[in-house]
Design a protein around this ligand. Structure first.
Ligand SMILES: [Zn+2]
Length: 96
């Protein structure tokens, strides 16, 4: 038995599909937010004294990296942390 598609059922199907994609996009966005907050909570070790520092003063993008400027409260010197694709790549002591 063949079911004849009519405008009403087709419309409902489209709405259902749209809702499905909206849910997927929402899930993707919350995952992204989660990753971003995880990145923000990451402790970074000072390259000079290995004390873990979590508060960064500022951040910017440099080439493929995302850079954050930290100040270590133990040795009172700044260092830069380089992130690539949301993961810590390396740290560099900032020359004063
Ligand atoms: Zn330090």
């Amino acid at each position: 038995m063949r079911v004849k598609p009519n405008d009403l059922s087709l419309n409902g199907l489209v709405k259902k599909e749209t809702r499905h994609y909206e849910t997927r996009i929402k899930n993707l966005m919350s995952t992204k937010r989660y990753l971003k907050s995880q990145e923000g909570n990451n402790m970074v070790k000072c390259p000079r004294c290995s004390k873990e520092v979590s508060n960064f003063e500022r951040e910017w993008d440099y080439s493929v990296f995302h850079v954050k400027l930290f100040e270590c409260d133990r040795c009172e010197k700044s260092f830069k942390a380089y992130y690539r694709a949301g993961k810590l790549s390396h740290t560099i002591p900032k020359s004063l």
